[in-house]
Design a binder for this molecule. Structure first.
Ligand code: AMP
Ligand code: FE
Ligand code: FE
Ligand code: ZN
Length: 286
């Protein structure tokens, strides 16, 4: 039994929140409407949509939700610290803020250019895909490597998305192209300027723990303790660290829908409502 399961038994009725979710606005497979519907069906009462570098899924989700569901605005930024990719979640940001929208439109343009460069590399390797196919798959969403992977699978160059990341587009593979990313300091400061909470996403995935106090000095508000990639030992470690550094604790399933990335389904990680209250109190205090 995992720590999360164990926690669930003790605190079951109080665990109805998932604060890390993706939609078709980035590389998820559900529309915001479908996500809200599915979240309601499994009994979630609070969710946050945290698409990569975009907030476009939030407004449609707000329109779909009933009075029985709360949606906290969210986003997942990719940042770069000395070539280490660090994901930072932003909660409670004002999605109508002009500066935020300008920043996001720059990030979207970068994503398109980088995806085009990756397609060029793939073509040079004999994996012929047209950028328009990637564009069609991404639709109006924030274009990313998952969409390129879907195009490769569609063209028969790989059996699944994982294989594409392993062979062609994962970090340190031949067709991978780095995006110029903002630093964690810049992103944390931006989120705080938007009166949001800046939360370090899935630190257990790839992060050097020594960086966490540094991020705290930049103004980090919280740390994602519960995530499907975290072992029980990591969950304990990050809970203790959060306490020590006076950081909020959050968590979520990082669900990308019914297919695609890691098959992580909704409901695999729920967090105590207490954590949601603490996040909301923090946001209200800004
Ligand atoms: P990008 O933001 O375009 O660099 O794409 C990174 C995203 O691709 C991550 O946030 C994940 O959603 C997804 N991803 C990364 N590695 C894998 C993998 N091995 N299999 C499937 N999806 C992945
Ligand atoms: Fe993703
Ligand atoms: Fe992430
Ligand atoms: Zn995510």
């Amino acid at each position: 039994m995992s720590y999360a399961d164990n926690y669930k038994l003790k605190d079951d009725i109080h665990m109805a929140a998932d604060l890390h979710l993706h939609t078709i606005a980035s590389d998820g497979s559900w529309s915001p409407h479908e996500l809200v519907k599915n979240a309601r069906e499994i009994g979630l009462s609070t969710i946050s949509i945290t698409d990569h570098d975009t907030i476009d899924g939030i407004e449609p989700a707000l329109r779909s939700k009933g009075s029985d569901m709360e949606i906290i605005s969210g986003i997942e930024f990719s940042t770069d610290y000395c070539r280490q990719e660090i994901h930072i979640l932003g909660y409670g940001i004002d999605i109508y803020n002009q500066d935020l929208q300008e920043l996001l439109s720059i990030l979207q343009k970068d994503r398109v250019q980088r995806a085009q460069a990756m397609v060029k590399r793939l073509n040079a390797m004999g994996k012929y895909i047209d950028y328009s196919l990637v564009e069609n798959i991404a639709g109006t969403g924030s274009v990313g490597r998952v969409h390129i992977a879907q195009a490769l699978v569609k063209k028969g160059y790989a059996n699944n998305i994982n294989e594409c990341f392993r062979k062609y587009i994962g970090n340190n593979t031949p067709a991978y192209v780095r995006r110029e990313k903002l630093s964690p300091k810049q992103i944390i400061e931006t989120i705080l300027e938007m009166k949001g909470a800046a939360v370090l996403a899935h630190p257990g995935k790839n992060l050097n723990d020594d960086l966490i106090p540094l991020l705290k000095n930049y103004g980090l508000s919280g740390i994602e303790v519960l995530h499907p990639s975290h072992s029980i030992a990591q969950i304990r470690k990050y809970s203790q660290l959060a306490k020590k550094l006076k950081l909020l604790t959050t968590g979520g399933s990082d669900c990308h829908g019914a297919k695609g990335k890691d098959q992580r389904y909704l409901g695999t990680v729920k967090i105590p409502n207490r954590w949601v209250y603490q996040l909301k109190s923090f946001l209200a205090s800004l």
